[in-house]
Structures are given as C-alpha cells and as structure tokens.
Ligand binder design. Sequence first.
Ligand SMILES: Cc1cc2nc3c(=O)[nH]c(=O)nc-3n(C[C@H](O)[C@H](O)[C@H](O)COP(=O)(O)OP(=O)(O)OC[C@H]3O[C@@H](n4cnc5c(N)ncnc54)[C@H](O)[C@@H]3O)c2cc1C
Length: 494
Amino acid sequence: MPAGRPDEATDGAPQERWDVVVIGAGVAGLVAARDLADAGLRTLVVDGRDAPGGAVRGHEVAGLRLDAGAESFATRGGVVADYLTELGLGERICAPSGLGSWVHLPSGDGPLPRTGLLGIPSSPWSADVRRTIGLLGAARAALDLVLPRRVGADATTLGALVRARMGARVLDRLVRPIVGGVHAAEPDDLAVGAVAPTLPDALAGSRGSLARAVRTLRASAPAGSAVGGITGGMNVLVSALVEAVQTAGGEVRVRTAVSAARTDDDGWTLTTSEGTLRTHAVLLAAPTPDLLPALLPSLAPASQPDPGAEVTLVTLVVDAPALDGAPRGTGVLVAREATDVQAKALTHATAKWPWLAGQTPPGRHVVRLSYGRADGVRSGDDDASLPVPGTGVDPLATALTDASVLLGTPLTRDQLVDHAVVRWTQALPRPSAAHRAFVASVRAAVAAGAADADAGAPTATSRPRVAVAGAWVAGNGLASVVPDARAAAGSLLG
Ligand SMILES: Cc1cc2nc3c(=O)[nH]c(=O)nc-3n(C[C@H](O)[C@H](O)[C@H](O)COP(=O)(O)OP(=O)(O)OC[C@H]3O[C@@H](n4cnc5c(N)ncnc54)[C@H](O)[C@@H]3O)c2cc1C
C-alpha cells in the first residue's frame, strides 16, 4: 500500500498524492528521503532502474556480493564516517589494507606516492617518487620548492598548475593516472578548486610551492587512509538507507522513471513509466536534462550538465594463488602513454579489502578493471556480452589479458570462476569549468523558485517547491554527495 493519499485526476483515474517525490534512488536521493521522511513528510523515492543505489548498487559475482560501482568513500572531513555511524553502520567502517598502489608506465611499473594529493608528491625526492618518475623527473619536481610564487599562480586548471610547478613527469606519470582513475577526466580540463578544494588556500600559505601545500594538507588531515570502506561493500549503505526510509514511513519504488513534470498553484504532476503522481515538492536527485525546463523554469534553456564520463567495469573472480602476495598492492593505475593495455585502472579487491579476502577461499581473487568510453548504453547495465568500448573485442578476453600484464601474472580462462561487466554512463560528471557554470545556474534557478514559493507560504506542504541533490550538482564522490543531499532536504523542510 502506498503511503501517498489517492486523489482524483481530471480523467477520473486515481492519483497518488505525496508531500515530496524524490527522483533518483541513488545515495543522494536516499539520504535526502530519509531526512524528509524522518521529518514527517510523506516521501516517495522513484528510480527508473530495477534496483536502488545508483552508482553504489551491488551485484553477485561467483556467489560474492560485490560493489558494481563505488567501492570506497573519501575520509576527508569525516562526513561519510559520521553519517554511517548515525545509520548504525559505524562498526562496519573499515580501512583498505595499506599495501599501496602502483602506476603502469611504458618504462615499467612504479609505486604511487603514499603521501601525495591526487598524485602530487609532498616529497619529490622520496624513494617511491624517484622510482616512478626517475632522477630527472624528481629533480624537476623539486624545483617547485625554490621557484618563485608567481610560477603557476595564473594556472586555472590542475594540469597547468602541476606542469608549471613540478613538470611534465609528475603530471604524466603520477597526477594524470590518478585523476583519470578518480574523475575519469584530464587534469587540463579540471579547475583546481573543483578537484582539490583546499589546495588553493594551502598554496597561498606555502609561497606557491605545491609540495609544501600538499605536506600542510596531509599534516592537517586525520591520521589514517584517505579512503574508507564498509565491511560487506559500499552497497551495504544502500540497503541501510532503503530500510531507514521505509522505517520512517517513506517508500522506495524502482522501475519507475519520471519522464515529465508540470506545475500548478497546488503542486506538481509527475508523469512516470508507472502512472501519474501528485506531489507538493520535488527533490531532483538525478541528472535529467529533460526535466529541467519544467522543474526550473528560470534556468537558461541551453544549460546542460556534463554528460558524464562513460566507464565500463569488468570484474574477474579467478583462482590464482600467484596473486596471494599482492604483486601490485591494492591495484594499478595506467599512464596514458602505456599502450600495451586498454584498461585505465585495475583494483585487486581481495588485496585491498581484508573483509573480502576473508570471504574467499585460499588462492581465489577478485580483480576489477575499468575501461573508458562506451556509446549508447544505459547507465549501470550488467551485460557480460557487451564489447569493450572502442575495441569491438570480447571484454573477458581483453580483461584477462590486461590483468595478466598489469599484475605481472598470467591469468587464463581456466582460472576464471566468474565475471561481470557493468557499464556506467552519466554517473561521473566531469567537473569542468562549463559544468561548474551550469551548476551555478541550477543553484540560482532553485533559489529563484524557492523565493517564489516563499512569497506564497513557508512550508513544503503549502506551495510547490523544488530542490536538487546528487553528484551532478554536488560533485563526484560520497563525501560531496551526502552533505549536499542533507542540505537539499533541509531546504525543503524550511
Ligand atoms: C564506476 C564508479 C565508481 C565510483 N567509485 C567511487 C568511490 O569509490 N568512492 C566514491 O566516493 N565515489 C565513487 N563514485 C562516485 C559516486 O558513486 C557517485 O558520486 C554517487 O554515488 C552519486 O550518487 P547520486 O545519487 O548523485 O547519483 P546516482 O548514483 O547516479 O543515482 C541517480 C539515480 O537516478 C536514477 N534516475 C535517473 N534518471 C531518472 C528518472 N528520470 N527517473 C527516475 N530515476 C532516475 C538513476 O537510475 C540512478 O539510480 C563512483 C562512481 C562510479 C560510476
């Protein structure tokens, strides 16, 4: 039974009436819905896919429950850990194994700096940095410590800043592989403040030196890993959120895509694949360009979010005792110049997450490879028969070959226990300058809509209102998405 009240539509068909409909049951939508339902609003979350969670949903591979997308969270600020604790998941928070990760270069593999920020080393002369960028590269990077403040001061992108202060080797061998792995984007396309919000202030206090700025930031960060996980996988968060929304009286409905919205003085009418919904307020927690003109009429019609990087993940479960020693630590990022593999990155999941190693029999390993662009595929589709993007080649064969190269260990089909291929589109908006301008105009349009609604009456249940949440406005990653979603819910609660 829906918690929404049945209502009469003009054609006589019954309609459901809700206080708030949240569009998108990713983490953003679920986090917001929990707060809205907790506050007593009749809250419905709808999602077009057949399972909630968006980029944090889970899947079964070789009898293991694994993350199909996000597998960790950034520990910065403690926001995600605090939220998990509030949800009752505090005891399940775990750290990765600390084995460190590697970069795959044409010149051979090297460790990534353990004390860096997005690959920017805090100590250009440290042994791990020298091993990966060579003596010449380290010498050029160390110049950063003596270069005048003005060098790089006018750089607007991360790529330009790193190139100016530390040189091309740091950029190509350390920063680009990490930025590609985290944001699926080029450092030259990313504003510094968008990917490292605290770096500009730290640079101001370090006489322009990147290494000193990174050192300061690392020293002020709490001890421990920069990322955390959940025992059982990040998808445990989704199950907990769905349960919390339901316990608070809300409802989460899948296979219900919203295709159109219309407003009148009394609220919103949403057209979904499963019928029509009436609601006083809408919280848009999905990047849906088609709905923006109706939901945010003051937004310039040409405004569009970044279409998002397209990523294919191939998960392999293999019986390979040779991997017991974790030959490449927790995983490998691939430098752009390395052309012997097609993967962009490899995560050795059983080496990274002790809880997962504990669930697998001796000698069995979970390895996940990520690939770049794909075209015309719905986000999050599971389909092991899809070719690896741009290659037309069997993804399994490609992934086995790439994993063998990246791990330095031959892996064959005979060793394969199971595999899965998942494609993500729209799920990783690139924080380019154009996207940031789009987000600013969305925020302005939301504020304009709120001002109009406030001119009528002050609560969500009295005038139609709209709020927005999710990575498409807050930026990628749970550390950005969770607090932003709570703020969006708060804006509707007034
Ligand atoms: C492969 C991958 C790996 C990642 N790894 C990490 C990581 O390790 N750590 C980290 O912090 N972050 C990671 N991220 C980023 C992080 O997962 C996302 O930033 C975050 O989960 C986004 O949540 P969201 O709710 O904003 O959007 P999404 O998770 O994209 O959810 C949006 C939901 O809206 C639904 N939807 C869209 N349109 C409609 C419509 N018209 N009607 C109804 N429903 C609709 C979609 O089906 C989807 O379920 C990763 C992302 C990806 C793709």
